[in-house]
Design a protein around this ligand. Structure first.
Ligand code: MN
Length: 387
């Protein structure tokens, strides 16, 4: 049988490395066609050799020579620059593109992959937050299947297999992050190390900060709105600190279907790549006796205003979610660079929303323009110069 050709955009990040761990368990099923990395040349080189990649792209052009020299004895094609990604994802040998780059930068390559008719294993939620309506339309037009990799959305997708009945409600679960039961004062005092200490999931820095502010759940609500064509009023966020139920779907007869597992991103990553198959995977199995109990609570929108901001933006529509996402990306970068306090993030987003130019029916170029402008203005406001 022909192997499925996989492209991993963002192969050196948390999702990318775990995806390669999944592929290493099923080398007979998959061939690694394309790996891209932002600047981690050392790991990219190692991955390319280990998985005998067809092509690699290092986005940071200053590292091209290093990567090319290291890979020249291996018959692996090497390119540099993010522009090369758009062309490379269209290669004939690629079946599935795993979009695992961080933030808005994933949008252009995702658009290229959709137009090339590749199956998208979507791990870049910001793409759907910023341009959900446009991307959804584009996927229908090009008949592109999108398989969610975000654990909650994978759970919803899995809960919908074989269903054609209407969704009454999506129950989007949230771990609540490291500050779930912290006081406002503790959140105010939180330093970078407190924010990056996520209790359940091992993830990249951007999504870990988003989890702590609960903006991640706001982004995921918008992601779910587009993936499952569901009105935001039918998406309810439920805090479930054990992260065992990864999300649920409620139907009109009152039945609720959930997907559960020990929290391990390799499960939704593999489902995204292997769908509709479920190959064996050596993850820890859920032990209900050890778990003992599962708890649920309502998110506190007072301490975590990001959730309400996200509902407000998606209700308003147009380029509003893009504005919110751009301001959040700039604020998170500023926080990780020590320029602002953690609790300032939602205030910065609200202020950017108040100032930005609203477009009711943006096209793709408007979305790029909005992101660029809001990111630049927010970042320069926060004293970030080298962007
Ligand atoms: Mn998630």
């Amino acid at each position: 049988m022909r192997k499925k050709g996989i492209a991993i955009l963002g192969s050196t990040g948390s999702i990318g490395t775990q995806a390669l761990d999944v592929i290493a368990q099923h080398r007979e099923k998959y061939s690694v066609e394309l790996l891209t990395a932002n600047r981690n040349s050392e790991l990219l080189i190692k991955q390319a050799i280990e998985f005998d990649a067809n092509t690699v792209i290092i986005c940071d052009k200053s590292k091209y020579k290093e990567v090319n020299d290291a890979l020249s004895p291996h018959d692996i094609k090497v390119f540099a620059g993010i522009e090369s990604v758009q062309e490379a994802v269209c290669a004939e040998s690629i079946d599935t593109v795993l979009t695992a780059m961080v933030g808005f930068s994933g949008l252009r390559p995702t658009v290229a992959a959709i137009k090339a008719g590749k199956t998208i294993a979507l791990a870049n939620k910001e793409t759907l937050v910023a341009a959900g309506e446009i991307i959804s339309r584009m996927c229908i037009e090009h008949r592109t299947p999108v398989i969610p990799v975000d654990s909650e959305h994978s759970a919803i997708f899995q809960s919908l297999q074989g269903e054609y009945n209407p969704i009454e409600k999506i129950l989007l679960t949230a771990s609540g992050g490291p500050f779930l039961h912290s006081s406002e004062e503790e959140i105010r005092q939180a330093g970078i190390e407190d924010v990056l200490k996520h209790p359940r999931w091992k993830m990249g820095a951007k999504v870990t900060v988003d989890s702590a502010s609960m903006m991640n759940k706001g982004l995921e609500m918008i992601e779910a709105r587009w993936l499952f064509n569901t009105d935001p009023s039918k998406i309810e966020i439920i805090v479930h600190p054990q992260s065992v139920i990864h999300s649920m779907v409620q139907f009109e007869d009152g039945s609720i279907i959930a997907q559960m597992s020990h929290p391990d991103m390799r499960i939704p990553i593999q489902y995204g790549i292997a769908y509709p198959e479920r190959p064996a995977l050596n993850t820890k199995r859920l032990d209900f006796n050890e778990l003992g109990k599962m708890t649920f609570e309502k998110p506190d929108t007072g301490r975590f205003p990001a959730i309400e901001i996200a509902y407000g933006c998606i209700r308003k529509g147009g380029n509003m979610p893009c504005i919110m996402n751009a301001a959040n990306e700039a604020a998170v970068a500023a926080f990780l660079n020590g320029k602002i306090k953690f609790h300032a993030i939602p205030e910065i987003i609200s202020s950017a929303i108040g100032k930005a130019h609203f477009l009711e029916h943006p096209d793709l170029e408007d979305i790029f323009g909005t992101h660029e402008e809001v990111y630049r203005k927010t970042a320069s406001c926060l004293g970030m110069h080298n962007i």
